[in-house]
Design a binder for this molecule. Structure first.
Ligand SMILES: Nc1ncnc2c1ncn2[C@@H]1O[C@H](COP(=O)(O)OP(=O)(O)OP(=O)(O)O)[C@@H](O)[C@H]1O
Ligand SMILES: [Mg+2]
Length: 450
């Protein structure tokens, strides 16, 4: 059997720190290095037990399991599909495992492994990782290690960066919590195999948008960490206030509870571009007493500021009937002079729609623009959009903690879910002219309208 490794892969295989992270650019050879290292360990330590995790089973099958089947010689290795376990003739095993949910970690509660491996570590939550490393033990005298590989980005970016990149200078083993930790950067230029086989690969990474290019081509860990609205960019979305023309439609969209009234006034231009022009943000979550409905309604009317408001969008839970009075919060708003329009509150569909509105596009002059812009006075909305994180278990949803950050994005989501429509365009100015045709006898004029 012949296995040629890059010098970085060799460094990864030789690394003897308790926790090792091989992290960086896409295509640097990290997963191949993991698979090769598992083989070397299995052959060196007969009867050893290893486990390799990916977050989901389809990812596992497409990547590590396939690479192992191609790399590991058939005469010494066999793979059982039903329990995703590979066995070597010397009795060593490599299990291929996945962790869809946080609680999946308990499947491995009593199992003992010598080496635990995580491919794409930033797809895992910190809780999953910490639980797994607590189970790394055994009495056979073989080395016990946790070896991971990953790109920057993903739901776990922040904790992985804190645990390894911020703590460990590259290629230097450090002591932490009484154990040793090592970060080995991986670059695309390390992988001559890929560069030779696919010279266009680098070009394709160069064509990615700024954030993905920094993560995947440069292996840059300073990209924004686990942010939900990666599209949001102050330079593009935040603008100085101006007076929207009276003919533009105006909407209010709100999220209401005693914890917070987050209400936004939004003007829609004739081309369907939205401008968030004003904000009310008051409640217990920012230190206030919380606004009761009459106070909230008064604030909303103040926000309307004599403009005609096309609709005041609100989430369906405001229509739930209160047990004691039989009326709903929406009824109370109505009694206080604010008629609410109920919108769908499907989170994922709403977030996807909102991300479309925030998507950065090229304008006519080649600059950057987006369908939704925010006046710089809407400070809480701007802060929340830039800080709110992905849900740790579901990257298609945002985190609901800290709760205070959820109100403003929710209110904006209700706006896009309301399917606001711009004013029908004004008809073009009626252009006409006359041409006079004199008859020979000068008696009649023919008028042509052109
Ligand atoms: N030592 C090697 N010998 C032969 N081919 C290799 C070697 N190392 C990597 N490759 C090949 O290079 C390609 C990229 O390697 P690999 O998938 O390990 O990169 P990666 O860093 O895990 O990428 P990603 O970040 O996208 O997961 C694969 O096709 C792999 O088979
Ligand atoms: Mg990989």
């Amino acid at each position: 059997m012949e296995l040629t490794l890059t010098s970085r892969q060799k460094r990864f295989c030789d690394a003897d720190a308790f926790e090792v992270l091989f992290g960086g650019a896409a295509g640097g050879g990290k997963s191949y290095g993991q698979t090769a290292d598992a083989l070397i360990f299995a052959l060196k330590y007969p009867g050893s037990r290893q486990i390799i995790f990916r977050r989901t089973l389809p990812e596992l099958e497409k990547s590590i399991i396939r690479t192992a089947l191609e790399m590991y010689p058939r005469d010494i290795y066999s793979y059982r599909r039903n329990d995703h376990t590979g066995t070597f003739v010397n009795g060593s095993t490599v299990e291929f495992a996945y962790c869809d949910n946080e609680d999946d970690v308990y499947r491995y509660q009593s199992a003992e492994y010598d080496v635990k491996r995580f491919d794409e570590l930033t797809h895992f939550t910190e809780r999953m990782y910490l639980y797994m490393i607590s189970r790394c033990r055994g009495v056979n005298g073989y080395p016990k290690q946790i070896k991971s590989s990953t790109n920057p980005g993903g739901i776990g970016h922040s904790w992985v960066k804190k645990r390894f990149i911020s703590l460990c200078p590259p290629d230097k083993t450090v002591k932490a919590d009484g154990m040793t930790r090592l970060f080995l950067p991986s670059r695309l230029s390390d992988n001559r195999f890929l560069i030779r086989a696919d010279p266009q690969y680098k070009r394709r990474l160069e064509a990615l948008d700024d954030r993905d290019r920094r993560a995947l081509l440069d292996g840059d860990w300073d990209i924004e960490e686990g942010r939900f609205f990666t599209q949001f960019c102050r330079a593009v979305h935040v603008i100085s206030p101006f007076s929207p023309p009276p003919r533009w439609r105006k909407y209010i969209s709100l999220d209401y509870g005693l914890d917070m009234l987050a209400a936004y006034k939004i003007a829609l231009d004739d081309n369907g571009r939205a401008y968030v022009t004003g904000e009310v943000y008051e409640g217990k979550d920012n230190g206030g007493d919380g606004l009761i409905v009459s106070q909230a309604a008064a604030e909303i009317k103040r926000l309307c500021d004599r403009d005609e408001i096309r609709a005041v969008y609100a989430p369906p839970d405001l229509w739930s009937r209160q047990k004691d009075s039989g009326s709903s919060i929406a009824d109370l708003f109505f009694q206080n002079g604010v008629r609410l329009t109920r919108v769908a509150s499907a989170r994922r569909a709403g977030w996807l729609e909102l991300k479309e509105w925030l998507k950065v596009e090229k304008d006519e002059l080649g600059g950057k623009t987006a369908r939704l812009k925010i006046f710089d006075c809407c400070k809480n909305l701007i802060r929340s959009l830039s800080l709110i994180q992905c849900d740790s278990a579901d990257p298609t949803d945002c985190a609901t903690r800290p709760h205070e950050l959820t109100h403003a994005p929710d209110a904006l989501r209700y706006f896009v879910s309301g399917n606001p429509r711009p004013q029908a365009p004004e008809p073009p100015p009626y252009r006409y002219g006359f041409s006079f045709e004199k008859r020979a006898d000068n008696s009649e004029k023919k008028i042509n309208i052109i």
